[in-house]
Design a protein around this ligand. Structure first.
Ligand SMILES: *Cc1c(COP(=O)(O)O)cnc(C)c1O
Length: 368
């Protein structure tokens, strides 16, 4: 059996940048707690995406949780959440005892539909925050959504967990809203094995997030706490991996884009395949190359056939309003996210793939 090809797996630099920073942490015994790698990773990351402040955390989920807390979301508050996403986008709303209202996508972006958002604003004018997602690295209609939130004084949180390196109108996704979050989970475009980043131009809010993330320790020699705390900080060793990975981010984006173009070119003769939306103003990182099927071939035909060849692929994420856990919450929109889920396939998008791997995949798909 040939070596397994994954959807997206960790890809360390050929140069060994990550190991250099990790070694430094070992040599100075700065394994923990916070240290140079964490501070530098935050600075280098903020500079890379073009934002004033960043807090390195234990996961993207933790970053979303603290973003909601910083937005003042608490018990009983309404939060609008894109339905077509991974569950980690929605779970922190429940951690805060708030109530999610799920919002449909549109075909133009696969992300939050501004018209459905408008409808939700009319239905729930008391809404506290909006969480929009840049799914698979495609940008949401972010300038318009940011404007809509601004007009209503509603906090906008961007879940850019999958879109690090994507540019909308030349600006990094995750930097349009009041808060942005990124993930360095093992499957993301760069990884620290596990980790996340909360970013904002509000430096005070980021400072406060760092405080909450280190158990909300008041300034005192004894342990004293006036607020509920969390253990959400990134370790100095893992931040070293992140610093190294950041150096190859541009390279990874280029390879992801190459993979998408490869699929498009090699599969263009096939009927019944629709590609991800392409908008001039958007420059996606193509974290995952995804298609929707319009003919007789089903997503499972492709997924099962590739699996027999030890190649991983997956359906498009199942919308939150269809999940058993979230089924009792309100949903605004039509059936677009449901159709994307029903007809969509995420193709293998590993940056370690060779042309030979890619030809193998496309020839299997062509044989169906
Ligand atoms: C991966 C992911 C997250 C969660 O990030 P973790 O670092 O795994 O906690 C959140 N939202 C989306 C859309 C993701 O893909």
């Amino acid at each position: 059996m040939s070596k397994r090809i994954y959807l997206s797996s960790p890809h360390m630099s050929d140069e060994g940048y990550e190991m250099d920073y990790v070694k430094e942490a070992f040599e100075t015994n700065w394994i923990a707690p916070l240290g140079e790698n964490v501070n530098k990773f935050e600075q280098e990351f903020a500079e890379k995406v073009g934002v004033r402040a960043a807090a390195a955390l234990s996961s993207g989920t933790a970053a979303l949780h603290l973003a909601l807390k910083a937005a003042g979301v608490g018990s009983g508050d309404i939060v609008f959440c894109q339905t077509l996403t991974f569950s980690a986008t929605a779970n922190p709303i429940i951690y805060q005892n708030a109530t999610p209202v799920f919002i449909d996508s549109n075909y133009e972006t696969w992300n939050m539909c501004p018209d459905a958002l408008e409808e939700a604003f009319n239905k729930y004018p008391e809404v506290k925050a909006v969480i929009v997602v840049h799914l698979y690295g495609l940008s949401a209609d972010i300038e318009r959504i940011a404007q809509m939130c601004k007009e209503r004084n509603v906090v906008l949180i961007e879940d850019a967990a999958e879109s690090l390196g994507s540019l909308y109108n030349g600006q990094q996704t995750g930097t349009f809203g009041d808060f942005g979050i990124f993930s360095f989970n093992g499957n993301k475009i760069i990884t620290t094995s596990g980790g996340g980043m909360l970013v904002s131009n509000n430096e005070e809010a980021i400072e406060k997030a760092r405080f909450w993330a280190t158990q909300s320790r008041d300034k005192a020699i004894h342990y004293q706490h006036s607020e509920l705390g969390y253990n959400y900080r990134m370790s100095n060793v893992l931040a070293g991996i992140g610093r190294g990975q950041l150096k190859v981010l541009d390279e990874r984006v280029e390879k992801k884009r190459y993979i998408y173009e490869f699929y498009k070119r090699e599969l263009k003769e096939l009927n019944g395949i629709k590609w991800m939306p392409e908008i001039k103003i958007d420059r996606p990182n193509y974290w995952l190359s995804a298609i929707t099927l319009t003919g007789d071939t089903t997503p499972l035909d492709i997924i099962d056939t590739l699996e027999k060849e030890n190649i991983e692929s997956r359906p498009v994420w199942k919308p939150m309003h269809m999940q058993p856990y979230f089924k009792n919450y309100d949903y605004v929109g039509s059936t677009i996210s449901e159709q994307l889920f029903g007809n969509g396939v995420c193709l293998p998008s590993e940056t370690k793939m060779t042309d030979k791997d890619l030809y193998r995949i496309t020839s299997i798909i062509k044989s169906l």
